[in-house]
Design a protein around this ligand. Structure first.
Ligand code: THU
Length: 161
């Protein structure tokens, strides 16, 4: 029997002071896009932006639906759109912001984590994750693996035994 443990590291910024200007600009753009969220049911607006290797920025906001499960989270809207437009480009960063201030930055739901890890594993390069919720502190993770340890890797299905 072996007792094992995992350690996750991430960076916390008390405010936007100290962030590099490119990242601050990306966060500001995501926040400006919160107005495009369609969240009449939850009234919880989320906005996300993917920064691609070719420098393009692709936005997504949560899109809800009266038939609740038909809606989609902001980060999946952004990621699916990014990979639809630029299938051969790596996703370098993803920023997720919310209108509402939360005690801790809101982090992606399980389904969004699984979608993000799919592309991170496929591109063999980590996707940096930046979270900010209203006036919250800012969290920065180096990789999606840090928020989804022991992830299911779709490539397992493709491997023949
Ligand atoms: N939501 C997101 O867009 N991203 C998340 O990471 C968490 C939740 C959305 C889904 C729904 O429209 C609203 O927030 C409330 O759950």
């Amino acid at each position: 029997m072996h007792k094992k443990s995992l350690k996750i590291e991430f960076v916390e910024y008390d405010s936007t002071n100290g962030l590099d200007s490119d990242l601050l600009d990306l966060i500001n753009q995501a926040e400006n896009n919160l107005k495009n969220a369609y969240a009449p049911y939850s009234n919880f607006k989320v906005s996300s932006v993917c920064k691609m290797a070719n420098g393009k920025t692709i936005f997504g906001t949560n899109q809800e639906n009266g038939a609740y499960p038909s809606g989609l989270c902001a980060e999946r809207v952004a990621v699916f759109s990014a990979k639809s437009q630029f299938p051969d480009q790596n996703i370098e960063k993803i920023v997720i912001t919310t209108e509402q201030t939360a005690e801790h930055p809101v982090s992606p739901c399980g389904a969004c984590r699984q979608v993000l890890i799919e592309y991170e594993l496929a591109q063999k390069q980590p996707i940096e994750l930046i979270l900010k919720s209203g006036n919250s502190k800012i969290w920065k993770f180096k990789s999606i693996k840090d928020i989804l340890p022991f992830a299911f890797d779709g490539a397992t299905i493709l491997k023949k035994s």
